[in-house]
Structures are given as C-alpha cells and as structure tokens.
Design a protein around this ligand. Structure first.
Ligand code: ADP
Ligand code: MG
Length: 408
C-alpha cells in the first residue's frame, strides 16, 4: 500500500464497535487476548504485563455480567500440544490478579470445553488452552474458526499484539460472529489512529533502532504527516554514509543508501526538518569492557562503530522536541540494553516526559522496554503493546484482526 492511500487504510479501522457498543449481559463472549507472556526455562512467567493489560476489558465484561471465554496463543508450539506452552499458569496468574476464581480447560475445542462453557455463569471467566496447539489456528482454517465461533455469541478482539496476523482466533472467528474491540484495542487505535489521521501540531517523530529496512514503511507513512523527524540509532549510519560521512564500522545497510538519499530528498521537498546525529558515542565492539569515546559526526575512525547519539545530538533532539504537541517514538537511539549506550535514549525519553499538553506515543517492543527500563513509562500518553502490530499500524497498513470487527 502506498503512503498516500494509507490514511484511508487507517481511517477504516478507527470506527469500530467496542464492548461499550454491545449488549453483553448473559452473552457468551469469545475474547481473544494476548497472553503471550515471556517464560523462564522452568516455565515461570517472568513478566505479566500482557495479562495486566487485559484486566480492563475482563473487568468491564464481568461488570456487564457476560460469560467470559478467553482465547490466546503462547509461544510457538507449531500446531502441536507442547506442555511448556500451556496457558494453565497464565490462568492461575489471572485469577490472582482478578482476585476471583478463573476456570481453565486443557483444550480450546471439544466436549470438555463445551461442557465448561455450558457451566459458565454470568460474570465468570474461563481460559481455554493455547489455540496454537492446533495447526489450523495459524492457517486461519475456516472450519476451525467456525468451531471456535460456535462456543460464543460475540467475538471480542483485545489482542492488539496479534491483530496484524490473520489467524483463526484473531480474524477467522469474526466471519462467523459479530466482532467488537476490547478496551485495549480501543485505546491503541485511538492513540495510534489520531497520530496518523489528526495529530496536534507541531508533530515530531523520533526513529531509531537497528535497521533502516525495518523502518522504511513507518518512515514513509510518517513523512506524509510529521513536521520534524529525528533519526538516531543504528539506522542513522546508513543516512550519514549516504551523505558521504565516514561511519567507520558502524552498522550500514549498503543496499539502502539510495533509498536513504531519496528519503532525505523527499523530506527536503516537503520542508520537513530532518535531524541526523551531530556526534556519536563509539566503541570498537559491542562486547562488554571495550573502550568508549565521543566523536563528532564524520570522525568515526576505522574499526570503531557508533552505539549511541552523543551529547550534542541529545541536546539538539531535546531542543527539537520542545513545544511539540504530538510525538511518536519508534526505535531506541542507541544500544540501550547496555547502560553505557543508554544516555541518548534517556535524554529523548526525559524530553518526552517533560512535555506539557502533548500526546507522546511509544511504538515498538524495544522502545517500550527502553522507556520502562528508564522508569518513565507512566509519563507517556501511550505505550503501545503491539510490537509488530504497532509498526504495521504506523505504516498505515490495515490490521486484519481489526478490519474484521463491526463498524459503528
Ligand atoms: P522497536 O522494537 O522499538 O521497533 P528496534 O527493534 O527497531 O526497535 O530496535 C531496537 C534495537 O536497536 C535495540 O536492540 C538496540 O540495541 C538497537 N540499536 C540501537 N542503536 C544501535 C546502534 N547504533 N547500533 C546497533 N544497534 C542499535
Ligand atoms: Mg524490536
């Protein structure tokens, strides 16, 4: 989809019915959530954020006296019953968080499931086993989707993190049941949608991360909308190299140099300010204990690589963000996993946290982790839970798990 048509693609996803528009009392709701939590080698949940993100929708449906049947995937069992990817521990954690009993069945189809659904009383919660234990799930098999749909009266999609995938439980069910968005998807499309269709200005985007190739779609789409683009992270070296600057052994995508040049020309033609790094924090390798120094742009010696924006760049970025009314940040501006290369991302995050009356949106899994690591999460307007789904939304793509829901 081209950049020009992408606003229309997004607009079509903004007017979807949500749980607030449906009569839920007594209804069997098939609620697709994203319980794809990280597990340690012994199978313990290491971070329950994704479970917590589903609580508003579950509590809302509970209050409305719906019968709540939760569907999710976990990990990549590849269509087989892999016990280590069972949702049973997730159901237990959900019960702890809700402070109410949560039922669990070790399948997502079949007589035991049907029985458990029949027994389910208004307001009660039932978690079904990992839908990816069936190969039909990822194939979006219509018979499988229909069998799932038979368990419910209404399809509620709240799995934003899986909405860019057309699988049976994220999209297929929506062809057999009326579909509405849960409160998490509602929040995601409200924030991300406004950033695409009706942003308050000035509007700035900060793009970083490892590779230009990961961000071309986002860059092209945001280019149609923003007033200013700040480029840091690994992707900045491809742009600098395209301008003929020495980048040492920094990460460069040689096949993207022409594209980087075209993007800069397009930005200039549109009178969009593009800020590239003025200085860098460099090192000889990303292994621990290697030397670190700060140099100006163009001065990266051979054998050295850029791993963070330098202090002058951070200052320029902070100044460029002052007064912004909408900011989208996708991609850390340095190798933030290492404290020695975190300062640039810290300056950017702090600048966003300090903005008054602005909408600040963090997209992308690593960017979200970076902001949380800096303990500035609560200061952002919205941290997208989507990872790949947020990126596709910011690229202007239609997410199948949202498109299938009913229009208002
Ligand atoms: P997101 O998940 O938010 O979309 P990305 O996955 O695109 O972000 O990028 C995050 C990764 O980019 C991090 O692992 C980070 O270490 C890496 N990165 C940032 N700056 C650099 C750099 N200068 N060189 C190499 N990698 C970088
Ligand atoms: Mg990432």
């Amino acid at each position: 989809m081209g950049a020009a048509s992408s606003s229309a693609g997004v607009a079509g996803q903004l007017n979807k019915k949500t749980v607030r528009d449906a009569d839920l009392a007594g209804k069997r709701l098939l609620v697709r959530v994203d319980f794809n939590v990280p597990l340690d080698p012994s199978g313990r949940i290491t971070d329950d954020t994704r479970i917590r993100e589903t609580l508003p929708t579950i509590e809302y449906c509970h209050k409305e006296q719906a019968r709540i049947i939760l569907l999710s995937h976990l990990g990549r069992p590849d269509g087989t019953r892999a016990p280590k990817y069972s949702l049973r521990p997730v159901a237990e954690r959900l019960g702890d968080l809700l402070k109410r009993p949560v039922a669990f069945v070790d399948d997502c189809l079949g007589p035991t499931v049907e029985h458990a659904v029949q027994e389910l009383q208004p307001g009660q919660v039932l978690v079904l086993e990992n839908v990816r234990f069936y190969p039909e799930e990822e194939k979006n098999d219509p018979t499988f989707a229909q069998a799932l749909a038979r368990l419910g009266d209404i399809f509620v999609n709240d799995a934003f993190g899986a909405a860019h995938r057309a699988h049976a439980s994220t999209e297929g069910i929506g062809h057999h049941l009326p579909g509405v968005a849960g409160l998490l998807i509602e929040k995601e499309i409200t924030y991300l949608g406004r950033a695409i269709t009706s942003p308050a200005r000035p509007y700035a985007a900060i793009l970083g991360g490892a590779k230009v190739s990961d961000k071309i779609g986002v860059l092209n789409n945001l280019m149609e909308r923003v007033d200013r683009i700040l480029i840091g992270g690994g992707m900045s070296y491809t742009f600098l190299k395209a301008q003929g600057k020495a980048v040492g052994s920094s990460r460069v995508e040689a096949d993207k140099l022409d594209l980087a040049r075209q993007i800069l020309e397009k930005a200039a033609a549109k009178k969009i300010d593009v800020l590239l790094p003025l200085d860098h924090v460099i090192t000889t390798s990303l292994d621990a204990g290697t030397p670190v120094k700060t140099v100006n742009v163009g001065d990266i010696p051979d054998g050295w690589m850029g791993a963070d924006i330098g202090p002058e760049t951070a200052k320029a970025f902070v100044a460029a963000l002052r007064g912004a009314k909408t900011v989208v940040w996708n991609g850390p501006v340095g190798v933030f996993e290492q404290p020695r290369f975190l300062e640039g991302s810290r300056a950017v995050a702090q600048a966003l946290a300090d903005l008054k009356g602005a909408t600040t949106i963090i997209g992308g899994g690593d960017s979200a982790a970076c902001v949380q690591q800096l303990k500035l999460g609560a200061k952002m307007s919205h941290i997208s839970t989507g990872g790949g789904a947020s990126l596709e939304f910011l690229e202007g793509k239609t997410l199948p798990g949202i498109a299938v829901l009913q229009d208002k």
